[in-house]
Design a protein. Structure first.
Length: 284
């Protein structure tokens, strides 16, 4: 579904740069930016969490530009991470700060309209030893027209991690949606996720009832189990009982898939709060 892109400097005007950065014993450890202005990328190290190390991919955007979330919505290209050249790395888990919906000019996409740090956790193969991170990153940035971009980044993270997380990385971890069960208590929660099954010839609809503090700013994004799924962006309204209700038609599912038996991932944005719920739908 998503193709990998490489940036050609003469066509796109953005640089694909291979960087190497040593990891001195400093409070903040990071690679240089890929470019001194415009769109740029670097790696930063964070604190150690148990045996895991943390860090972030920082993407700097020029004013008026945007980039995409893990699921881009109606159009766009999500970032692609290739850590295969890394040393002493068993796994890297990339986390995703709460995104926003934006108009791509006739279609709506999901992503970030300001500088963003994508945090990650690294599980070393050998705990207590440094890790050498090597990242090949493919992504897209958009002003009026989207452009493919790429960067190759290197960073050595000591076994003890950085002395402290950079403020942008700490903020990014704080804005990653909190996993919650369906029907959880709290100010921001998804109460029900229902599959409306109408009569023959009518389209099925997903209906999600949410409890939010700021209905005017609330948003919801729904994902299937893999990239073959491309569910539409929901519409928001206020139900008769005052709850916020999101609806979306059942569309963009792979041929032969059974949505009634497939767990979906729901990300609810409520102003500065965000929660994530993984659940199958309840038939109605």
């Amino acid at each position: 579904m998503v193709q990998r892109f490489r940036l050609v400097l003469a066509c796109a005007g953005l640089a694909s740069v291979s960087l190497g950065a040593a990891a001195p014993a400093l409070a903040e450890i990071g690679s240089p930016w890929t470019a001194p202005s415009g769109t740029a990328v670097r790696l930063v190290a964070g604190e150690r969490q148990g045996t895991d190390l943390t860090g972030g991919v920082q993407i700097r955007l020029a004013p008026g530009w945007k980039t995409y979330w893990r699921y881009p919505g109606d159009s766009g290209v999500p970032p692609r991470f290739n850590w295969s050249g890394s040393q002493n790395v068993a796994a890297v888990e990339v986390l995703w700060p709460a995104p926003v919906r934006f108009d791509d000019g006739g279609s709506f996409s999901i992503g970030y309209k300001k500088d963003v740090t994508l945090p990650f956790r690294v599980t070393p193969r050998e705990a207590g030893k440094p890790v050498d991170l090597k990242l090949n990153l493919d992504f897209a940035v958009c002003e009026k027209i989207c452009q493919p971009a790429s960067a190759t980044l290197d960073l050595t993270v000591p076994a003890e991690g950085a002395g402290s997380a950079p403020p942008a990385l700490a903020d990014a971890f704080a804005t990653v949606p909190t996993p919650r069960p369906l029907g959880a208590a709290g100010t921001t929660a998804i109460e029900t996720a229902v599959l409306d099954v109408p009569g023959a010839g009518s389209q099925q609809v997903i209906r999600v009832a949410a409890r939010v503090e700021d209905p005017a700013r609330a948003d919801l994004f729904v994902e299937g189990p893999n990239e073959d799924w491309a569910l539409p962006l929901p519409e928001r309204r206020t139900g008769p009982d005052g709850r916020t209700v999101f609806t979306l038609p059942v569309d963009g599912i792979p041929k032969g898939a059974d949505i009634s038996a497939t767990p979906l991932r729901f990300t609810l944005i409520d102003g500065g709060r965000a929660v994530e719920v993984a659940t199958p739908l309840t038939a109605h």
